[in-house]
Design a protein around this ligand. Structure first.
Ligand code: KG4
Ligand code: ZN
Length: 327
C-alpha cells in the first residue's frame, strides 16, 4: 500500500509517500520562515499564497524521488484541518483534484491525528492504547490513543499552547522566529534556576495546562536578566509543568503500553529527556518520533492516511476543510 500525503495547515508545505509497512519512500518540505520572519509570526494570507506556489512542485519532486507516478499510489491523504483555513484549502483541494484525476480514494486527515499516530510510523512496536502528550504550536493536550479514530482527551490548555509560549518568549527575548529552536539554543547557555518563574496549574487536580501567566512573567522579568538565563528558566518551567500534568494524567489511565510525545515541542531535548525519565519511573516505554517527524511534515499525514485507509475510512470528494476540528 502506497499513500501520498499532503500537508499545508500552517507554514510548512509538504508532500510525502509512505507505505503501509512504514517505509518513507519520499518526503519533501518547504518552510516559509523567511516570508513570515519580518512579521514575527505566521501571516495567514502570505502562508496560503506560498502553499499555492510550493505544493505542486513538491508533489512532483516527491513522486520523482520515489520513482513513482500517481498511478502507483493507492490513496491520497490531505490535511483537512484544523489550521489556517486558506492553507488547508490549498492542500485539500489539491488532494481532491489528484484523487479525482487518478481515480484514487481520498483520505481527509485531521492534522492532530497526523501528530497522534506519527510515533507509530517511526516505532513499529508501539501498540494501542498509549498516553500521548501532544505539544505543538497550536495545541497542548493529553490523549489516551485507543485506536485509529479513537482518542480520549484527558486534558488541554486553558489558554496558550506550549509551542505558542516558546514562540512568544522568543519574541520577548528578541531571539527571532520560529521561536522554539531559538529558545532551546539560548537555554543551553543559561542557568535554569536564575529567574524565579511561576508553574501555572502545577499541582491542580485536573491535568490541564496553562502557559499565559508564564509568558507574562517572562515579559516582566525581561531586562533584569540575560536572555540566556530567561530562556533556560522559561524552558525549565515549561518542562516542570508538562511533567507535573503528565504525571497527573498517568494516575488516571490504566493499561497504557507507553508514554508517547508528539508535535513540534517534542523536538525539544529537555522535554524529551524529562519525559523519558518520567516513563522510566513509571515502568513504561517512552516513544518519541525522530525530530523531523515531530514538527509539521507530510509523512505523518500519509501515515495517518495509511492507518485510516487500512481501516476502510475514506472520504467523499466534497469533504469540507475545517479550521477548527477537535480530535
Ligand atoms: O507541530 P508543529 O510543527 O506545528 C503545529 O502544528 O503547531 O509545532 C510547531 C511548534 C512551534 O511553536 C515551535 O516553536 C515549536 O513547535 N518547536 C519547539 C522546538 N521545535 C519546534 N519548541 C521547543 N523546542 C524546540 N526545539
Ligand atoms: Zn502540527
Amino acid at each position: 500500500m502506497i499513500i501520498l500525503g499532503i500537508e499545508s495547515s500552517c507554514d510548512e508545505t509538504a508532500a510525502a509517500l509512505v507505505t503501509g509497512d512504514r517505509q518513507v519512500l519520499a518526503h519533501r518540505l518547504l518552510g516559509q520562515e523567511a516570508a513570515h520572519a519580518p512579521f514575527g509570526g505566521v501571516v495567514p494570507e502570505i502562508a496560503a499564497r506560498a502553499h499555492v506556489e510550493a505544493l505542486e512542485p513538491l508533489i512532483v519532486a516527491a513522486l520523482a524521488d520515489a520513482k513513482l507516478t500517481l498511478a502507483d499510489v493507492d490513496a491520497v491523504a490531505a490535511t483537512a484541518g484544523p489550521g489556517l483555513i486558506g492553507g488547508v484549502m490549498v492542500g485539500l483541494v489539491t488532494g481532491k483534484a489528484l484523487a479525482h484525476a487518478a481515480g484514487k480514494p481520498l483520505v481527509a486527515v485531521n492534522h492532530l491525528e497526523g501528530h497522534a499516530l506519527s510515533p507509530r510510523l517511526s516505532d513499529s512496536d508501539l501498540e494501542f492504547p498509549y498516553l500521548l502528550l501532544l505539544v505543538s504550536g497550536g495545541h497542548c493536550q493529553l490523549l489516551l490513543v485507543e485506536g485509529v479514530g479513537r482518542y480520549r482527551r484527558l486534558a488541554t490548555t486553558i489558554d496558550d499552547a506550549a509551542g505558542e509560549a516558546f514562540d512568544k518568549t522568543a519574541k520577548i527575548l528578541g531571539l527571532g522566529f520560529p521561536g522554539g529552536p531559538a529558545v532551546e539554543r539560548a537555554a543551553a547557555l543559561g542557568n535554569p534556576k536564575a529567574v524565579p518563574l511561576p508553574r501555572p496549574l502545577k499541582g491542580s487536580a485536573e491535568p490541564h495546562f496553562s502557559f499565559a501567566g508564564l509568558k507574562s512573567a517572562v515579559a516582566r522579568a525581561a531586562g533584569d536578566y540575560t536572555p540566556e538565563d530567561l530562556a533556560a528558566s522559561f524552558q525549565a518551567a515549561v518542562v516542570d509543568c508538562l511533567i507535573d500534568r503528565t504525571t497527573r494524567a498517568l494516575g488516571r489511565v490504566h493499561g497504557a503500553t507507553a508514554l508517547v510525545v508528539a508535535g513540534g515541542v517534542a523536538a525539544n531535548g529537555a522535554v524529551r529527556s524529562a519525559l523519558q525519565a518520567l516513563a522510566t519511573a513509571h515502568g513504561l516505554r517512552f516513544v518519541a518520533p525522530p525530530l523531523w517527524l515531530c514538527t509539521d511534515n507530510a509523512a505523518m499525514i500519509a501515515w495517518a492516511g495509511a492507518e485510516r485507509f487500512a481501516a476502510g475510512l475514506t472520504d467523499p470528494l466534497d469533504v469540507a476543510a475545517r479550521p477548527r476540528w477537535p480530535l
